[in-house]
Design a protein around this ligand. Structure first.
Ligand code: SAM
Ligand code: SF4
Length: 318
């Protein structure tokens, strides 16, 4: 069974990253279709007590825009599992301490550039300063080591890998590059345009000496490299060109209560409907297990029959 649960707390976001959603945003989920705080915690409790989940990562959309976030983190922490958050860090400067006190263990912040004009071009918002303030607040709150996620886009920040790595190393942040995946709402992804893991490695190698970190990778999707002999390191996640589906231990719960056994799944299992119709914990757990049995062995992006899922990344939970 999958032990790493990704919980999307909302499909809404205050940025508009071009590889994720269109400038005008999306048709957000209506409130009555979004799980309440109690419903989210009940499903997490079932996952932990009955299905062996050991780590819960909150994501979205942007999880920091969810009003009940701190309380949900606290109640999840009390179940005795590791808790983490993937966020764009807007507003983190205000909530980092409360999140830490609620028991949050780790945080991943998405930042694709350290140039304000490129940040605006990618996210369509002028908020780089707030992201950096959020990062600093998280560190001060004790949420270290901080991981950064970056996506490189052709014609935008494709040549900024080394600059971003130097910036991250200087501040002691762990940076990982992720290949862009076909999960944008606009279906604008193209394999030919994607900046590949090999290309990222070559770019970085022009400015740094990268040596394989040597630790077994397990279910961690990043290939890790020591930078200039360490202790600094960088990760490259070749989600498209070197898929790691065989080692995947993830399961996703969407903000409207659907179980997805893969980012690229074509179908999902409705726990919200079952829960609101009065299903018991045992019945919900059974549905969840059945959904996981259908997990495919690979995402098949390279297969000619590959179909992009109907839901974009922001509505699945990245
Ligand atoms: N809003 C939060 C954030 O940006 O960190 C959490 C949700 S976001 C969907 C989670 C992660 O997915 C981010 O690191 C983002 O860069 C990544 N992401 C979004 N669309 C992607 C795509 N098409 N390919 C690869 N990564 C993507
Ligand atoms: Fe928002 Fe995260 Fe998507 Fe960017 S990647 S638009 S921050 S959900």
């Amino acid at each position: 069974m999958a032990t790493d649960l990704r919980v999307s707390l909302t499909d809404r976001c205050n940025l508009r990253c071009s590889y994720c959603m269109p400038a005008e945003g999306l048709d957000w989920l209506p409130d009555d279709q979004t799980l309440t705080d109690d419903e989210v915690v009940r499903l997490i409790d079932i996952a932990v007590r009955r299905l062996g989940v050991t780590e819960v990562r909150f994501t979205g959309g942007e999880p920091l825009v969810r009003r009940g976030l701190v309380d949900i983190v606290r109640r999840t922490h009390e179940l005795g599992v590791e808790t983490s958050l993937t966020t764009n860090a807007l507003g983190l400067a205000r909530t980092a301490v409360a999140l830490r006190e609620a028991g949050l263990d780790r945080i991943n912040v998405s930042i694709d550039t350290v140039r304000p004009e490129t940040f605006h071009e990618i996210t369509r918002r002028d908020r780089l300063k707030d992201v950096i303030a959020g990062l600093e607040a998280a560190r001060e709150a004790g949420l270290a080591p901080l991981k950064l996620n970056a996506v490189l886009l052709r014609g935008t920040n494709e040549d900024q890998a080394s600059e971003l790595l130097a910036w991250a190393l200087e501040r002691g942040y762990d940076l990982r590059f992720i290949e862009q995946m076909p999960l944008d709402a606009q279906h604008g992804w193209s394999r030919a345009e994607m900046v590949t893991a090999d290309e990222i490695f070559e770019q970085l190698s022009a400015d740094f000496t990268l040596t394989p970190h040597g630790q077994p990778r397990g279910s961690d999707p990043a290939e890790l490299f020591d930078v200039d002999g360490g202790p600094g390191a960088v990760g490259i996640i070749a989600s498209v060109t070197r898929p790691f589906c065989g080692d995947c231990d993830r399961v996703r719960l969407t903000a409207d209560g659907q179980i997805r056994n893969c980012l690229f799944a074509r179908d999902e299992s409705d726990l919200r409907g079952a829960m609101r119709a009065g299903a018991t914990d045992d019945e919900l757990a059974d549905r969840w297990v059945t959904a996981m049995l259908g997990k495919r062995t690979g995402h098949g992006i390279d297969d000619p029959s590959f179909l992009q899922p109907d839901r974009p990344m922001s509505a699945i939970g990245g």
